[in-house]
Design a protein around this ligand. Structure first.
Ligand SMILES: Nc1ncnc2c1ncn2[C@@H]1O[C@H](COP(=O)(O)OP(=O)(O)O)[C@@H](O)[C@H]1O
Length: 972
């Protein structure tokens, strides 16, 4: 209500004062809170990381605080709108993701890298929000400071206004006094005028009259009054001045009021702003909540990331451990293999020890019996000596025993003939005994003399003992070759040399082998390798060269290794074949090998040479050595592949000492291609006593113009000495029940190990192991056109089409083929069903034979082929093209013309993709249709006999016949 004592204008003015007072209170309240908020303990930055809940706890009230809070939020909101609009958008997007991802307690199906990305985004957003909040707080502070300075101004103005009010009050009072005084003066003036007129002519200045006295008093009073008036006038002037000042102040006041109103409107606007802050505050609150959520989610994520990192770390460690374990497992496996090997060796040694003990026992017994015999014979000897003494005494009178009469020998001859006619002895024994009589052999004479007084049966037995000594224990056979498995093997030739020699040795023949001493051969497989303290000189290019001779045994076979001391370092080239001077290298070796046998004084029955590399031996032997009396031997030549004939300019033949003019003739060594080229294989065919090739079918094929490659006529001409004998395989080397290269040994009665090997190979080669029954097709070969490389490539794709897996082990001396297969290998590098290993690896070949279910050999021509036999020995069913030795060893499952017991694989005739495909389809069908029938087929092929026994017997027969013919013709 307006103040009753003040004028209306003043009362009107008092309202804003009350409002101002309320504002002042509010403002001081703000100041307090502001001081509280911006305490030194809480820097804006600290606050930025403070969750909104905590801020609420600190200021549980109220409007004013929330106003401030709103203002801050408004500011930060503004900043967000202007500065961080895009970021808030991002935050929103992340919130969405986070809500989705963080919906559950568990780590969503998010990759750790994504999680880390999200965490980083959230951290960035939080940082941005905090920065915005700090800026908002700074702005709010500025605004408050502004507001406070305005308030201070208002206060000063209010004080000035109050002062002016008070002065106005005083001025008004004085004005009233002045007005009263003016009235009094006016009244006095009027009284004085009245008195003057009433008294007229009276000397008023006289003091003696009472009027004069009163007049004087009045004059004095008037004077005082005049003074008073003067004072009042000066006071009035001061009042007027004051009034003027008041007017100025009034003006000032109105200006101040105007500015105050402006300030109030500004304040109202800022209040509005503050009101606007409310939704922003809630937004900010929501943002804070989101920030809080983000923070917790971030914490969770961090924890999860930490967990993931620790899991990763653990995984890493585990991986390392697994790797270590795998390495140690491999080492264990290796040592297990070693152990198994050594166990096997132990077993063998124990068996040997046992046999030796048995032998020892037997020999002990034999020794005893021999001692007994010896004692008896000593006794007999002494008896005989005595008898002889007696007889010599008696005969001293008659004839000298060395000088038996012809009558004695004739008598003996007749006795032998009589026994033969009476069928008491065989014609052979009769022949031998007759020869002894004929030679007047002292043994037969002594035996006859010692038989005096004995019965006829006893005498016959004694004579037959003599014939036993006369029979040979076997043939002496020397093989000269460029390869020998496993120390120096490139392909089938090495296998054949070792396998055949072992089989011949088992048959009781004396077998020796001569091969070059290559620097790249596997010497670890040679037992007791040593160099002899002898140098064998051999002729080459017009001079003699020294050869070092090494000896050692390879799988029980005695082997000579020749190391030429020739500047061309013939066998120190890091590879077996493929050198520019192969013709020279092997002609040198052939000559040196013969020289060794000759200089060693050996008198072999058979010298067996193989392929073009040692084909020189045949003409060398007959043209050079036989003429020197080194002629005990028959020469056998085996051609393992007529594709390689060892042709060269005729002049090169002279290097090893052969007579070019003598040999460069169409019926001898001249090649069909040119008059000045010689052909070593042709020379061997012409100059050998026995010529063989490695399968009957191939022997037929090479008689044709296509198969013979220019030698068909020569072969036909020498048809009587040419024969095809199917190779065997070395069943000791290739034996799944004792093979130390494979993971688990197995046999036809227990095929579990085969599955284990398949699994091991698949893992080793990183092939899929999901389906154990998925058929594995193997192929181990030299990659040369003869092997049908385009069909091998087709077989890979066909296998994939039929749902199988394919493993190829092979290498090629032909660069374009090697490149092509490298391309295929790269193409299938990460395919889980195909692996191509383009190298030579003997150990791996054993594993692949053991692991595969099917084995593909699509050769264009194949003299014999060993891989189909080895594959069958390991239970892998062959798919082959019907050619050469494949035709002699693989018989189609569906071929009704073949007895069931011989059917063992899948064959096709035409060398094209269609024919191969259909054979493969049939094989896969059999494999997939009935596992039991398939297993029976596997067992059947494993039990088939591909050993050297029967093939070696055929060679033995050929050798013996040849030796017999030679002896017969020698006698004739
Ligand atoms: N890349 C290779 N790694 C290991 N052994 C191989 C490889 N290629 C072929 N072989 C072996 O070589 C012999 C091949 O003999 P064969 O089938 O007669 O063919 P060829 O004598 O024409 O090469 C088999 O013992 C086979 O296991």
């Amino acid at each position: 209500a307006p103040c009753p004592r003040l004028p209306v204008a003043c009362a009107r003015r008092s309202l804003p004062v009350i409002c101002r007072t309320r504002h002042r209170n509010l403002s001081s309240e703000h100041r307090k809170r502001q001081a509280k908020r911006i305490s030194p303990k809480q820097s804006p930055l600290n606050m930025a990381f403070q969750p909104p809940g905590e801020e609420k706890n600190e200021a549980p009230d109220s409007t004013s605080d929330s106003t401030l809070h709103n203002r801050q939020n408004t500011l930060s909101g503004t900043i967000l709108e202007t500065d961080v609009t895009s970021k808030t958008g991002q935050i929103g997007a992340n919130n969405y993701e986070i809500e989705e991802a963080g919906g559950g307690e568990e780590l969503p199906n998010v990759r750790p890298e994504d999680l880390i990305g999200m965490i980083k985004n959230a951290q960035k957003n939080i940082l941005l929000l905090n920065q915005a909040r700090v800026r908002a707080l700074e702005d709010a502070d500025k605004l408050l400071a502004e507001k406070e300075s305005l308030q201070a101004e208002i206060n000063v103005l209010e004080m000035k206004l109050a002062e002016t009010d008070a002065q106005l009050k005083v001025a008004a009072q004085e004005k009233v006094n002045v007005e009263l005084l003016e009235d009094q003066i006016e009244r006095l003036k009027r009284r004085m005028v009245l008195r003057d007129t009433r008294e007229g002519g009276t000397d008023v200045n006289t003091s003696e009259s009472p009027l004069g006295a009163e007049l004087n008093a009045l004059r004095e009073e008037n004077m005082v009054l005049k003074d008073d008036i003067q004072t009042l006038k000066s006071k009035l002037t001061a009042v007027r001045e004051t009034e003027e000042r008041v007017g100025i102040l009034e003006k000032e006041r109105s200006t101040l009021e105007v500015s105050f109103r402006e300030l109030e409107s500004k304040f109202a606007i800022s209040q509005d702003d503050v009101m606007k802050l409310v939704p922003l505050q809630s937004e900010c609150k929501a943002l804070w909540e989101k920030v809080g959520n983000l923070q917790t989610f971030l914490d969770n994520l961090t924890k999860q990331a930490e967990q993931a990192a620790s899991v990763l770390q653990q995984n890493h460690e585990l991986q390392k451990k697994v790797e270590k374990l795998e390495a140690s497992l491999e080492a264990i496996n290796e040592s297990k293999l070693q152990l198994e090997k050594s166990e096997y060796i132990d077993e063998l040694l124990q068996q040997k020890v046992k046999t030796l003990e048995e032998h020892l026992q037997i020999s002990d017994q034999e020794m005893h019996s021999l001692i007994e015999l010896y004692q008896e014979s000593v006794k007999e000897f002494q008896d005989a000596l005595n008898k002889l003494k007696e007889e010599s005494e008696r005969r001293s009178l008659e004839l000298d025993s060395n000088d038996m009469p012809g009558e004695f020998w004739s008598q003996l001859l007749l006795t032998v003939d009589g026994w033969f006619l009476e069928k008491k002895i065989s014609s052979n024994d009769a022949k031998l005994l007759r020869e002894m009589v004929w030679k007047r052999d002292s043994q037969i004479r002594d035996a006859y003399l010692a038989c005096k007084g004995m019965g006829e049966r006893e005498i016959v037995a004694k004579f037959l003992k003599l014939t036993l000594h006369g029979t040979s224990p076997g043939l002496h056979i020397v093989h000269i070759a460029a390869e020998m498995a496993p120390v120096a093997k490139v392909g089938g030739l090495g296998d054949v040399v070792s396998g055949l020699c072992k089989a011949l040795q088992r048959k009781g023949h004396l077998v020796e082998i001569v091969v070059p001493k290559y620097d790249c051969m596997n010497c670890e497989l040679i037992t007791d390798l040593k160099v002899l303290d002898v140098v064998v000189q051999s002729y080459f290019d017009g001079q003699q060269f020294n050869n070092k001779i090494w000896v050692g045994t390879v799988e029980g076979l005695p082997v000579y290794f020749i190391e030429p001391h020739h500047p061309a370092r013939f066998f120190l080239r890091g590879q077996y074949y493929g050198e520019h001077d192969d013709f020279k290298r092997f002609s040198f070796f052939s000559r040196a090998a013969l020289e060794l046998v000759y200089q060693a004084g050996k008198k072999p029955d058979i010298i067996h040479c193989h392929d073009w590399q040692t084909a020189f031996v045949a003409p060398l032997y007959w043209d050079i050595y036989a003429t020197r009396g080194f002629d005990s031997a028959r020469i056998c030549f085996t051609c393992h592949n007529f594709e390689y004939q060892g042709t060269a300019p005729a002049s090169e033949l002279a290097s090893c000492g052969l007579d070019v003019d003598h040999l460069n003739r169409p019926d001898r060594m001249q090649d069909r291609s040119a008059h000045d080229r010689i052909n070593t294989v042709k020379g061997a065919i012409v100059y050998s006593n026995i010529v063989t090739t490695v399968s009957p079918t191939y022997a037929q094929e090479v008689r044709s113009a296509e198969g013979g490659r220019g030698l068909n006529d020569t072969l036909k001409f020498h048809a009587r000495k040419f024969v095809g004998i199917l190779n065997g395989i070395d069943t000791d080397t290739w034996n799944p029940s004792s093979d130390s290269f494979i993971r688990v040994q197995y046999n036809a009665d227990d095929l579990q190990g085969k599955a284990a090997n398949k699994d091991a190979v698949r893992k080793h080669m990183n092939l899929s192991t999901k389906d154990a029954s998925q058929p594995l097709v193997g192929c181990i070969t030299r990659l040369v056109p003869q092997k049908g490389v385009h069909l091998i490539r087709h077989a890979i794709y066909k296998t994939l089409e039929l749902g199988g897996q394919f493993v190829l082990l092979g290498s090629s001396p032909v660069p374009y083929i090697q490149r092509e297969f490298e391309g295929i290998a790269n193409h299938f590098q990460s395919n889980p069903h195909v692996r191509l290993l383009l190298k030579y690896d003997d150990a791996l070949s054993h594993l692949i034979y053991a692991a595969s279910d099917l084995f593909v050999i699509p050769s264009i021509f194949e003299p014999c082929g060993l891989t189909q036999m080895i594959a069958m020995r390991y239970g892998s069913v062959p798919i082959v093209r019907k050619t050469g030795g494949l035709n002699d060893s693989v018989f189609d499952i569906d071929d009704k013309t073949i007895p069931v017991q011989f059917r063992n694989g899948f064959t096709f005739v035409k060398p094209d993709e269609q024919a191969l495909s259909s054979a493969m389809e049939r094989a896969f069908k059999y494999y997939n249709q009935n596992p039991e029938i398939w297993q029976q087929l596997v067992q059947k092929v494993m039990r088939m006999d591909f050993s050297w026994d029967s093939s070696a017997a055929q060679y033995e027969e050929l050798y013996e016949m040849s030796v017999a013919r030679a002896r017969a013709s020698a006698r004739a």
